[in-house]
Design a protein around this ligand. Sequence first.
Ligand code: GAP
Length: 452
Amino acid sequence: MDNKDNLMEKIVSLCKRRGFIFQSSEIYGGFGSCYDFGPLGVEMKNNIKKSWWDEMTKLHENVVGLDASILMASEVWKASGHLTAGFSDLLVECKTCHKRFKTDEVKEKPPTRASSVGGRCPECGGELTKAQLFNLMMKTFVGPVEEKASSVYLRAETCQGIYVNFLNVLDSMRLKVPFGICQIGKAFRNEITPGNFIYRVREFEQMELQWFCNPKEADKLFNYWKEERLKWYEKLGVKKENLRVVEIPEKERAHYAKRQVDIEYKFPFGWREIEGVHNRGDWDLSNHAKYSGKDLKYFDEVSKEKYFPYIIETSVGVDRIFLMFLIDAYQEIPGGRTKTTESKKEVEIFLKLHQSLAPVKVAILPLVKNKEELVKKAKEVYQSLRPCFICQYDEVGSIGRRYRRQDEIGTLTSVTVDFQTLEDDTATLRNRDTMTQIRVKIPELKEKIQEI
Ligand code: GAP
């Protein structure tokens, strides 16, 4: 495969060309580090979310869902530690070009909070200011008149909505510890160094599970959930050699974590975190109890103990793993897989996405577009399959070129309506991965595709 920059460029280009991802506000020159998911992107993103949701709520016992609001009382963020140093970066500003950098991006002797003496601007070599704390939370206003309105924060992690609903969920669902609450939703961070396409952005989606347990069981359950998460990636076909687990030492952990492991993926730009597994101890519930004045302890009827449950958290960004799935599935085949005369000089792109993630499941292709009966029949097939699968109808270009177009977006199967169809009401069904073609009676297509 190409060098790493080239691969990222190709992924970005594929995303735009085939309707996966567009730059936000592109017609206005683009809005930094925000992206829009196009027609195929939204399908694939929904597939990722559905796979995670089903995994959590259907394949694990005692896990229920929640959809909390993005805006919350500001006290939530005081209690969580996000408005204090726990969620801030130390930054310096260049006095010449006015760009800001994290202190650890300044190569030699970065300035400190006490002194600006030290390294120079990594971009222009200018003098730098003293280091200052910069909070990553985004602020907005609630109320009709800005001056009188109260300022609130866009949530920086979805899990706080779960903690503040701990009692509501516990009581309404008559749950007993251990149990889990999972949630998918938007989070916002004023990242200082966004980049690598959708890897680090300022608006993103998280999928988080908060597992409430007896403190005595926390270590065991931490390992359990770490393994469960790894299994999910492997189930979705992510190459094992591209995944690893890194234990985070105490001084580098998030402010709430007693223990933290990062699940990392080998991106073209290096090994990077895709998911965090945290033992948050009683950090969140005890602080919310303190700030809200509510009793958030749990009474265990069997052991007669009363305690703050410990929280084991699994937290992953949808956008980040969207990029991971694309990179992991991306293949280039010089001359194409079918090696037709037409494709010989071309490099075929083949997106071998897991079947549950592929945005399009079926392509319906009339063999030629200038034969009225064929086109009519293909359109009938398309209409009959549309309610069951995400389908694409395509009649433009040679059949080989159309197969390649579908391979480029990872379409699972293609149904070709040809001259024989008009005689015996069968069509060919092509399997993306094996490229085998079988003839199937049109009324049986739905069942056959479901089997695949
Ligand atoms: N509730 C815990 C928490 O938020 P985190 O390690 O800060 O932990 C968890 O974030 C996951 O959220 C990360 O592993 C990553 O997948 C995703 N994430 C965090 N910041 C992100 C960003 N700026 N852009 C995209 N995804 C991000």
